[in-house]
Design a protein around this ligand. Structure first.
Ligand SMILES: Cc1ncc(COP(=O)(O)O)c(C=O)c1O
Ligand SMILES: N[C@@H](CCCC[NH3+])C(=O)O
Length: 452
């Protein structure tokens, strides 16, 4: 019997065939590597679309119960390509962008400007101009000075800019200090407790060129405990009610950001969109009732939870090296270091956040005993780890393929050319067909940037 892949970690179409080969979207990874080379990002289109639908349907249904409408913005920073933006649009999602580059991709995909949001703690004048020219549905203001800059840009263009104010609620959540974004001492947003959020909201209302469409908060990323979402919603709604009392303006929309956590390791339990949507909707209804305000329109911005589990990375094994060392209690130990043909250039998350991943032998079955292994990359850093610890068959050898699940988010999007390594392609699979979404970089691409 071929092994069964944990459905929490792998794309829904992933399976192991009789020969022990992992297939996704009806295509064996051995065929994918034969055609497109290695390393390779593989994206399961059906799985990606169904996760997008799951988030949209869960939030729309839960908030319909309390009389609120919902927009789901796919956070393009997790992974964006023209095809992915188009698919998200077809599934009824809007697109959250954080830079001019992401905005360009969403527009190229034909997403209407009105269905795109622009974020950023340091937007350039050009980015603001481009957003206004595209008629984006919201520019999310991140500082007091930006209130003035966007108002001036809108005035110069003779338009009224729809804006949200990004606030920090003080709710600390997320998988790592670097990806927690709503505590006070960091660069994003305007603090509710410190009073800057209210000042920015007042400032927006004083500018006729700005239309205050919402209050925004994003509390962090890879959040597995849903309590933070409810607490953040409560604090934003209290701010909204205070603003209504002091200015008479009831902000129509509240954006609760993204951050919904996924499973990276066997046994981890991802956020359940239906559960979190119901819990947050209940809190929103209760707080609005207490405050005596109507419920706002709600938006959310999931990135990882939509694209993360839809993607895997396939690597080819190179050097396999048993390393003997002495651990903390002075006992001798051996660990098998399995080197693959990629590493921190295609997945920075282990080096940056200490993120843990899983891996399986993907090109054949093996009945050999399992041995504790560490999968490492080919870069000149000892922190270049792909999978910190995983049981792999002891007969694993050069030329075998390894598949690492849950790499769809923040893999390709944070990839680099460290050590002059060209970035791998993204290949989408569906119903037995494969299509290149983003082509492999070549050394010629890298040399073309170097003007000598
Ligand atoms: C403002 C904003 N929205 C949405 C996201 C998407 O987060 P995630 O991929 O964790 O859902 C992020 C990233 O953390 C973000 O900064
Ligand atoms: N890039 C991060 C998440 C940060 C999200 C952007 N605010 C990750 O890989 O987990």
């Amino acid at each position: 019997m071929p092994p069964v892949l944990d459905p929490a970690l792998w794309p829904s179409t992933a399976l192991v065939d009789e020969a022990g080969v992992v297939a996704v979207g009806g295509v064996p990874v051995t065929d994918l590597v034969a055609e497109h080379g290695s390393p390779l990002y593989v994206l399961d289109e059906a799985d990606l679309r169904s996760r997008a639908r799951a988030y949209r349907e869960a939030f729309v249904a839960a908030f319909a119960e309390i009389g609120a409408e919902v927009d789901v913005y796919y956070a393009g920073k997790a992974f964006l390509s023209v095809a992915v933006a188009r698919w998200m649009h077809e599934e009824g999602l809007r697109i959250d962008t954080a830079t001019g580059g992401e905005l360009a991709v969403a527009l190229r995909a034909g997403v209407p400007g009105a269905e795109i949001g622009l974020h950023g703690n340091n937007k350039s004048d050009e980015e603001l101009e481009r957003a206004l020219a595209a008629g984006v549905g919201r520019i999310v203001l991140d500082s007091l000075e930006e209130v003035v800059r966007v108002a001036a840009a809108a005035r110069a263009r003779g338009v009224r800019a729809p804006v949200m104010v990004r606030v920090t609620t003080g709710v600390h959540a997320g998988g790592h200090e670097y990806i927690s974004t709503a505590h006070e001492d960091q660069k994003f947003g305007l603090s509710i407790a410190g009073g800057q959020a209210e000042r920015a909201l007042h400032a927006v209302l004083q500018h006729p060129e700005l239309e205050l469409v919402g209050i925004h908060s994003h509390i962090g990323s890879q959040i597995l405990d849903p309590a933070g979402f409810e607490e953040a919603a409560r604090r934003i709604l209290e701010l909204r009610a205070t603003l209504a009392t002091t200015t008479g303006h009831l902000v129509p929309e509240v954006d609760l950001g993204g951050g919904y956590g996924i499973a990276y390791l066997p046994g981890e339990v991802p956020i359940d969109p239906q559960q979190v949507a119901r819990d947050v909707a209940r809190t929103v209804a209760a707080v609005c009732r207490t405050q005596g305000t109507s419920v706002p329109r709600i938006s959310i911005e999931p990135g990882r939870a939509v694209v993360g589990p839809a993607g895997i990375t396939v690597y080819t094994v190179g050097t396999v090296k048993p390393v003997t060392f002495t651990d903390e209690d002075e006992s001798p130990r051996t660990r098998t270091y399995v080197s693959v043909d990629g590493g921190m250039s295609d997945n920075l998350r282990p080096a940056l956040y200490g993120a843990r991943y899983h891996a399986v032998l993907a090109s054949r079955g093996s009945v050999a005993d399992a041995v504790t292994s560490r999968v490492v990359g080919k870069h000149c850093e000892s922190g270049d780890v792909v999978v910190h610890e995983v049981e792999l068959p002891v007969d694993i050898a050069r030329g075998d393929l390894l598949a690492v699940p849950a790499t769809g988010a923040y893999g390709r999007s944070m990839a680099s050319n460290y050590n002059m390594v060209p970035r791998p392609p993204v290949v989408a699979v569906r119903d037995g067909d494969a299509r290149v979404l983003v082509r492999r970089e070549t050394e010629d691409d890298l040399l073309a940037l170097d003007l000598g």
